[in-house]
Design a protein around this ligand. Structure first.
Ligand code: UDP
Length: 484
């Protein structure tokens, strides 16, 4: 049976950190001759349509099939609020979670009409597991993070090592892992969203995941071999590591339009980067959902200014303002992008020598894949676990020194977590050539980038795993046909 006989539905959760990698994955499958259908709502489809059109024009079978986002009357969300990054307030997160559950019936209709051979769907859409079961279709979960963070999460939930710890800042050992991993109570993801009333939603997510027998992960075998095995052993799931998936964005067009419309003219951005020395620019971006209080933005801006280093700073919370006269003072040395940045395009440029990141897993993988060392500044969710992975396991970054995260929705109450002096000191040391420890980190980052690149090339582990996954799905399809 030829791979083109296989038809897969991809159903992403509507947040950039979930959509970008799953759509990259769909494109990887399509490049292997698989028919791929992405199920999403109109606004989200429009963000990816030009990339999909480009793939279709090159002869691949990949298309989007839209389902309607529920109306405001049912969700109490503003009109067109179809992605987490469009929520005007964190308080609306539970409404958004509920809205995603209302997509079940339309998706069920599509699955019944097309009967795909597999469904690859986000962990946060637990009802997709129910649909897959109903029509006897294999479902594969997409988790959005790495096996290291998944394993730490399981250990924390199981052993509750924080239960008897009173201090927020005292590091404790997370037991049962391949390496000693230390975190503090203030860094646990359980704190974020704790008052959001999302308990039942996450309960459903966990239940659906338990019943799903395999997972696809944006990682590669050489990156976290012990944790891939560990996670498989703990959960009994088969893990397919097929990353870094962002490598599927090869040309200028797909790198620059990935995920959303850029807030800066891409050519202007490249011209700015071209004017800088190789590896001299620090790229500063905290993902798609960050929110800093005004006081913290001031400290970041002042620290970057005083560091004297060239930088690109992506600011999502533009309304919170910048230090007075900041943009004029840093003109030429600092490029400020207010809104969506073409991240993969920027990171791919030879002038970029470092990435200050919130450690969202996609940002970590994009950095790893391009051999770029990181300054880590986690904010919420599993990002502190990812930071541990970067600093202690692969050793391709330095920490900014943040001790705790922002609780989702309570950022303004927290104020400043990292001072301008910290920003200035870490950035200056990191971007200079003198320090032996930093040289070592940069060397390791560059070696890891080479490993990542080989993983996706023909014969590399991720390339082979993708082929094996396709074969596995084809044999499941054959078994099903034989049964009928
Ligand atoms: N991203 C981007 N431009 C931006 C912000 C984010 O291209 O201005 C992309 C980034 O490359 C990554 C994703 O959005 O693919 C963010 O995912 P990540 O896991 O890093 O963080 P999250 O946004 O989920 O916190």
């Amino acid at each position: 049976m030829e791979p083109s006989n296989l038809h897969i539905f991809f159903i992403p959760f509507m947040a950039p950190g979930h959509m970008n990698p799953l759509i990259d994955m769909a494109r990887l499958f399509a490049a292997q001759g698989v028919k791929c259908t992405i199920i999403t709502t109109p606004l989200n489809a429009s963000r990816y349509q030009s990339i999909i059109n480009q793939e279709t024009q090159s002869g691949l079978y990949i298309r989007t099939q839209t389902i309607q986002f529920p109306p405001s009357s049912q969700t109490q969300l503003p009109e067109n609020c179809e992605n987490v990054d469009l929520l005007p307030s964190r308080d609306l997160t539970p409404n958004f979670a509920k809205a995603t559950t209302l997509l079940q019936a339309q998706t069920d209709d599509l699955v019944r009409a097309h009967l795909p051979d597999a469904v690859i769907s986000d962990l946060n859409l637990p009802w997709t597991a129910e649909i897959a079961r109903k029509y006897d279709i294999p479902r594969i979960t997409f988790h959005g993070t790495c096996c290291f963070a998944l394993s730490v999460t399981i250990s924390v939930n199981h052993f509750m090592p924080h239960a008897n710890i009173t201090s927020d800042s005292e590091p404790f050992l997370v037991p049962g892992l391949p390496d000693p991993v230390y975190v503090t109570k203030a860094q646990l993801p359980i704190r974020s969203m704790k008052n959001m009333g999302l308990h039942e939603f996450f309960q459903q997510v966990r239940e659906a995941d338990k019943k799903t027998l395999s997972a696809v992960v944006n990682s590669f075998d050489g990156l976290e071999p012990d944790y891939i095995k560990h996670y498989e052993k703990l959960t009994g799931k088969k893990v397919w590591t097929i990353g870094p998936v962002s490598f599927v964005n090869k040309d200028f067009a797909s790198k620059s339009i990935r995920g959303n419309k850029s807030a800066i003219d891409e050519h202007q951005c490249i011209a700015w980067l071209d004017s800088k020395k190789p590896k001299s620019v620090l790229y500063v971006c905290f993902g798609s959902l960050c929110y800093f209080p005004k006081s913290q933005l001031f400290e970041i801006g002042s620290g970057l200014e005083e560091s004297g280093c060239p930088f690109i700073w992506v600011i999502k919370d533009v309304d919170n303002g910048l230090p007075d006269g900041f943009e004029e003072r840093v003109e030429g040395r600092g490029l400020i992008i207010k809104g969506w940045a073409p991240q993969v395009m920027i990171l791919s440029h030879e002038s970029v020598g470092g990435f200050m990141t919130h450690c969202g897993w996609n940002s970590v993988m994009e950095s790893v894949s391009l051999g770029i060392p990181m300054i880590t500044w986690p904010l919420f969710a599993e990002q502190f676990y990812n930071e541990r992975f970067v600093l202690d396991n692969v050793k391709t970054g330095v920490g900014i020194g943040v001790e705790r995260g922002f609780e989702w929705g309570e950022e303004d109450l927290v104020g400043v977590l990292v001072s301008k002096e910290q920003v200035k000191d870490v950035v200056t040391r990191f971007m200079s050539d003198g320090d032996e420890a930093i040289k070592q980190i940069k060397n390791l980052a560059s070696k890891l980038g080479e490993m990542a690149r080989s993983a996706v090339q023909e014969g590399g582990s991720s390339y082979v795993n993708l082929g094996l996954l396709i074969e596995d799905l084809l044999s499941k399809k054959k078994e099903k046909l034989d049964r009928i």
